[in-house]
Write a protein of this length. Structure first.
Length: 440
């Protein structure tokens, strides 16, 4: 029962009791009865004044408490003419104004944070006190290759490898470089802040791919040029001396030995020239190219070898796609990638080539790529083949970077298929519908 109702019940019962006493004891005394009734009326008046003085302030405080409960900081009270109550109202109004300003400031900061996160090229992840994702920007979703529904409210482990384990294990105020799919490098930093008395953390993921690859290219460019210069200068002089000796000595064994040495030197020169070609990859000469026609030519080129190995080579085209590219360089890329797929399968397998306006994917069911090898695939001079030189994928990387086509090579953990993909959506020119499939 509310306090106001209790008060009124008390006053009514009290005065009803007094009225009953007056009737019983003063009915024979008219003047005393009238005087007592007047006193009762005066008592009721003062009871009303007391109600106004005490119950109304209680109602005001209740209304203020309700507004605070509902987080409505727009309600303020006017002075009522009572010194004590007016002082309380003044304090309340001041507190409400401060809360209103604090909330407005918090909303402005929150809006600014959201805009900064949305505009930032770096990935930003805010964690709650339980280390679960509270907010994540578009750049981070793109880097982690995940949807917001998949990560928000979940732990970072849900982002999958390699970021899930690496980011979960990353300590506060620590920085780590994470390599993804052998071609992308990301600097990840974790830091903390205090929010509402609780410690919270955030992560910043910044892509360093271009900076690292540029520094790497400058390093091996200098090494290759120095090696090529020294080898070519030495080989030329050595071959000249060998030919002079051969002209002086006509013995067959000597002639054969000299010829073997000269041929070996020439192979060494060609070996070095292969490395030099990677350094000297020219800028692409872009022209609008029908990618479907280019792929059909490459499929025919590799078709005989695939038939001999019993490898099914399928070209699937959803739409005819025309892209600005250097045809010669891109043909080198595709031949190199497809030959690697064939060698990975060796025999009895399948290669699928899927062409769409968004890009190209080449999938094979070969022996796959280990996580350790995946990190080194596009590193200079690295090769998983026994006699590989490690320049094929280097050349692929340089050509695709010069075209500004994002690419990746990895073995899918769920089905064991190895996929090489190229994203050239920005280079597409007016795709025309032409659904077809061209199995070998």
């Amino acid at each position: 029962m509310k306090l106001r109702i209790k008060y009124f019940l008390y006053i009514l019962l009290l005065h009803a009791f007094l009225l009953a006493l007056n009737i019983v004891f003063l009915r024979d005394e008219p003047w005393l009865f009238i005087a007592s009734e007047v006193l009762m009326v005066v008592s009721l008046y003062f009871a009303w004044r007391i109600y106004k003085a005490f119950i109304v302030p209680v109602q005001l405080m209740a209304a203020g408490a309700e507004s605070l409960k509902e987080k409505d900081f727009s309600i303020q009270f006017n002075p009522v003419g009572q010194e004590e109550l007016d002082m309380l109202i003044q304090v309340y109004n001041k507190m409400i104004e401060q809360l209103r300003q604090e909330r407005a400031l918090q909303e402005e900061r929150s809006s600014l944070l959201q805009k900064v996160m949305a505009a930032s090229p770096a990935g930003i992840i805010l964690l709650d006190p339980n280390e679960k994702v509270a907010a994540i920007n578009t750049a981070a979703l793109r880097i982690l290759e995940a949807g917001e529904d998949q990560l928000k409210g979940e732990t970072l482990a849900n982002s999958g490898p390699p970021f899930g384990d690496e980011l979960t294990a990353l300590g506060v105020e620590k920085t780590k470089i994470i390599q993804h799919r052998g071609t992308r490098f990301y600097r990840c930093m974790k830091s903390g802040f205090i929010d509402k008395g609780f410690e919270r953390h955030f992560l910043i993921i910044e892509e360093l791919t271009e900076e690292i690859l540029k520094a790497e290219k400058q390093a091996y460019d200098k090494v290759i040029r120095m090696m090529s210069h020294e080898v070519n200068n030495s080989i030329g002089a050595i071959n000249s001396i060998l030919q002079s000796f051969a002209s002086e000595n006509k013995e067959e064994d000597f002639q054969v030995a000299v010829e073997v040495a000269i041929n070996r030197n020439e192979r060494l020169v060609r070996f070095m020239s292969n490395f030099a070609e990677v350094v000297k990859v020219p800028s692409p000469s872009l022209e609008v190219t029908d990618v479907h026609v280019l792929l059909r030519g490459i499929v025919r080129l590799l078709g005989v070898d695939c038939q001999r190995r019993n490898i099914e080579l399928d070209l699937m085209v959803e739409e005819k796609v025309r892209v600005r590219m250097d045809v010669v360089q891109m043909e080198q890329v595709l031949v190199n990638v497809l030959k690697n797929a064939v060698e990975s399968i060796e025999k009895d397998g399948q290669i699928k080539i899927m062409l769409t306006p968004e890009g190209l994917s080449i999938t094979d069911n070969g022996k796959g790529i280990s996580p350790e090898a995946e990190k080194k695939l596009f590193s200079p001079f690295y090769s998983s083949k026994p006699y590989g030189q490690g320049i094929g994928l280097m050349l692929v990387r340089e050509i695709l970077r010069n075209h500004h086509f994002p690419f990746s090579l990895h073995t899918q953990p769920n089905n064991g298929l190895t996929e090489f993909s190229i994203d050239w959506e920005k280079g597409v020119v007016t795709p025309k519908t032409c659904k077809s499939s061209f199995p070998l």
